[in-house]
Design a protein around this ligand. Structure first.
Ligand code: FPP
Ligand code: MG
Length: 324
């Protein structure tokens, strides 16, 4: 099941028509690429993902005019920024599998994958400036800078002890910034960029983005490839200290933790996973995750009449986490 969870599936179904319209719109974008690269561009853009960011754009738009062309263009822009970042990320992570298929990196090699990511990213920027409010284009530019900086911070932290504060700034950069932007896009179109709703929706988006990256990091340790549809264990291979490792290091006795932190690879990933399981690490991670979802709910709680779909998103994403 695409969402690994019936509740999220049901939530996404409530947007089925509009996501399907968005998919057709996205497919058409490949036509603007040079005929020689159109096939590869179409391969990158083809409908596949969970469309979490477009779902956030729609969920943040209170009047529910989800067929609005401007809203659709905004949803497409955020999804294409995401796609471009994943194409680059799979080169960085040397990942062969995503969404149950070979990655663009595996299919076309690093050179073409990097350039396809660049071209799709440029196309997304084109959509963001085309006819949009100036704050949309300036925010789109800023968010890509933040995303890239988050990824750089993560690279600098590889193989080093990463504390919780550092981890949070990394995931805010590489993931939460785009979730926040998605909520801005939906909320600002109808209520204005400076409206209280836009501010609250962005705050919720940021918390949901932190939560989602935590979920992704837990899955990297605790979910089989057959379930997640992407290369598992890349965080161990690249010695990324993400939430499960941070919590494991916090839970172990000091000396053991200091030794392990210096050399994560002194243990096999299976051993580390076992230690995480025995020390209740996944349960603790799930609690931290739920607290983030709760922050999202709290940010939008008072906006009755506007917050319905975003609250549904919170409930749906909350149920994605396995019960540990
Ligand atoms: C997935 O992380 C990666 C990201 C959330 C962001 C990657 C961002 C860049 C590579 C910056 C470049 C961006 C553009 C638009 C040019 P992950 O490896 O933890 O997740 P995964 O399990 O899905 O691979
Ligand atoms: Mg990756």
């Amino acid at each position: 099941m695409k969402y690994q969870n019936a509740r999220f599936e049901k939530f996404a179904e409530s947007f089925e028509k509009h996501i399907s319209e968005l998919k057709s719109y996205l497919k058409k974008q490949a036509a603007s690429f040079d005929v020689e690269v159109r096939k590869q561009a179409a391969e990158c853009i083809k409908p596949q993902g969970k469309y979490l960011r477009p779902l956030l754009v729609y969920s943040s738009a209170p009047s529910k005019k989800y067929s609005d062309k401007e809203l659709q263009k905004r949803a497409a822009a955020v999804e294409l920024i995401h796609l471009a970042s994943l194409i680059h990320d799979d080169v960085i992570d040397n990942a062969d599998l995503r969404r149950d298929e070979e990655t663009i990196f595996k299919k076309f090699g690093a050179r073409t994958a990097i350039l396809l990511g660049d071209a799709i990213f440029a196309h997304a920027m084109g959509l963001s400036v085309d006819g949009n409010a100036p704050e949309v284009s300036s925010r789109a530019i800023a968010v890509v800078k933040t995303l890239s900086q988050g990824e750089i911070m993560q690279t600098l932290a590889l193989n080093r002890e990463t504390d919780m504060a550092r981890y949070i700034s990394i995931i805010e950069g590489k993931t939460a910034s785009l979730f926040e932007f998605a909520c801005f896009l939906g909320a600002s179109l109808e209520c204005g960029a400076q409206s209280e709703w836009a501010k609250a929706a962005q705050k919720a988006g940021k918390a949901l983005g932190r939560a989602y990256q935590m979920y992704d990091d837990i899955c990297d340790w605790d979910m089989a490839e057959s379930q997640s549809g992407k290369t598992a264990g890349t965080d161990f291979i690249s010695e990324k200290q993400t939430l499960p490792v941070i919590i494991l290091l916090k839970t172990l006795p000091k000396r053991e933790s200091a030794k392990l932190s210096k050399n994560l690879k002194s243990h096999s990933p299976q051993d580390l996973r076992q230690m995480m399981s025995e020390n209740g690490v996944f349960k603790k991670c799930a609690e931290i995750y739920e607290k983030e979802v709760e922050k999202a709910r709290a940010a939008i709680a008072k906006f009755v009449g506007k917050n319905e779909k975003l609250l549904e998103f919170c409930d749906a994403i909350s149920s994605m986490m396995p019960k540990y």
